[in-house]
Each structure stands twice: as C-alpha cells, then as structure tokens.
Design a protein around this ligand. Sequence first.
Ligand SMILES: *Cc1c(COP(=O)(O)O)cnc(C)c1O
Length: 366
Amino acid sequence: MTRPRDNILRLDAYAPGEQPAAGTRVVKLNTNESPYPPSPKAMDAIASVGTEALRIYPSPTAQPFREAAARVHGLSADQLIATNGGDELLRLILTCYCKPAGHAGQGGIGVTDPTYSLYPVLASIHDTAVTAVERGDGFSLPGGTAKRWNEAGCAVGFIVNPHAPTGRIETPDTLRQLADEFRGLLVIDEAYVDFAEGDAAELIREGRDNVLLLRSLSKGYGLAGLRFGYGLSHADNIAALDKARDSYNTDAVSQAAAVAALDDRAYAEGCWAKVIAERGRMTSELRQRSFEVPDSHTNFVLATAPGTGAPDNTAAKHAHAIYHGLKERGILVRYFNAPRLDDKLRITIGTPEQNTALLDALDELL
Ligand SMILES: *Cc1c(COP(=O)(O)O)cnc(C)c1O
C-alpha cells in the first residue's frame, strides 16, 4: 500500500469544537457562531436560486460577490478573492507562499502564541516550519515579533486581530509598523473584526503589497454553515492565490447568499450591536462572579476561572470542572488544554436568554 507522506502520518489534525447532532437541545457557546440567523434576504436569495443556475457552473471568481465586497471596503474587485470559508484562504496562502521545511531560505510561517490552532495544522500539512513568538503580559503583541519572524526566514506571518482566543485588539498603527518591519506577507486574520471598532482595510487601500486581510461570513453574518470567506490584498497577491484555488471554489448557492448577506449590512450591524451589548453584560456579570475577564473586541470572552486557593485544586482544574459542569447542564463552552489557557473558558456571546442560562448554571455550580 502507498503510504501518505510522513508529515501527514505524523499530523495532529485540527480539533474543531463539539458540534452536537441536529435536534440536540444545547446552549451552544463553544465555536463563536452568531446566535442570530442570517439575513432574511440571504435566505430569500438561496430560495431564488433557479434550476438553470445549478445546471451550469458558477462564476469561477464569484465575481458578483467580489464587486459587492469591493464596494464595502473601498477597493477594486481585483484586490479581493472569495473562498470556501476563511479556512480555504489560509490554506491557499500556505500553498502559494510557503516552502517545505529544510528548504534553503526557509519559507515557513510565523505566529504569535497562543493563536488560531488551524495555522500550525496547515503548516504540518504543507511540511513547512512554524516560528512561534510567545505573546506578552495580558497576551500583548511582543515588540520584537517581526524581527524574530525575519530571523527565521518566515514567508508569512499570521496575526489574528482582534485576537483569538483572548479578544484583545491591536491598533492599525501597530499593524502598520509590523508590516513595515516584516519581510514576508503579513496576514491579518479579521474573522472577528465585525465586533470591533474599525478594521485594518486602510493598509490595503494604502497600496501595500505585503499585507493580506482575511474576512469570514461565519461569525458576523450568521453563515458558518455556508462556508464563505474572502481575502483583501494587493492585486498581485490576489492574482497568485487565484491561480492556485480550485476552479470553482465557491458554489452558486453560497455566492447568491453571500452577496445578499453583504448587501443587507443594516441587518448584520443590528446583530453585531446586540452581541456587543451582551458582551458588556457578560463581562461584568462574570467579573462579579470572580472570573477575570479582559475587555473583548470579539463575539466571545476569555474568562479565567476563580481559583479556589487549595493547592490541589488550582484554577486550571477548576476551569475544567466548570466546563464539565456546564456540559452536564446542556451548555457548551470551549476549554483549551494548553499552556496559559487551561485555567480559562472561552465563552461565545449568545442571545440574552442563552447568556442568562449560562450565568444561572454558573450560580448553581460555584
Ligand atoms: C472562524 C475563524 C476563521 C475562518 O473561519 P471560516 O468559518 O472558515 O470562515 C479564521 N480565523 C479565525 C481566527 C477564526 O476564528
């Protein structure tokens, strides 16, 4: 039997948050989906996809979507690529820019730890090196990040901003400085930017050729099931990615829904405002229950469990116990068994009712 390559055999595959079977009654606050349905206009667009649109191939580049998104961001359509979820864009970036480990001149990826756990998985799949710079106090972006990535010869550096899993945010000026210093392609993963004030699109509008922004319809538009994301960058980078993608990487149904969702910005903004209001309430309610909760600029909070004081019952064990206690009560949150995160819970902001159910369950548990 032909064996897969060694790096694939060795691979620890990406571990998604639990997705309970359809019809299971749970309060699902573990994978940062929107608690609100997609725009009714997106649902209408899906219903209106005719037999003819399914008989023929879709627009290979999702051209109507590129044009709609270009208008939103003040860019031109050739500065945009549509992908099957933001995750496909990440894979394309590694395919186009990274080199296998051991290659002269290196060509791996740079990340800051902790980060989106898909990046190192994609690096393993592509057999390319990872240079991880530890985040500083309060998970701040360390000053020497670009220097470290340059020394390691990274071809691509990934910054999640606002940051997952902590929810903190860096200013466009900080990102601009990073882009100035870094010699590779700086990818700013803006999967959660809809819940923050402002974004880094000005770095693309300035005409920089070494910055790429990732956007997703999964979080901000209530369309995680659709699988639609996109990238913003200099037209030369987009042209390179465009050559390497599948010929028809987004389908006719998702293109129709994505255009309608983006065009109905008023609806999306209403959802963001509700999530942001509830994020404020959850932050203060959790703090009142002795959790440590930094201000978040995303649709989740990262809450450090209250320590119990006893040496054999650390905050880490406590966080894990709370995770289990919530699960027994039908409430899913995310627990990461990882350094610096194992005493914390990442809690997606739900509807007011879901959030209250979580708080009530915590009051029972604590
Ligand atoms: C959700 C997410 C993405 C993209 O998700 P898709 O569902 O594939 O669009 C990218 N980066 C981060 C950090 C995310 O949380």
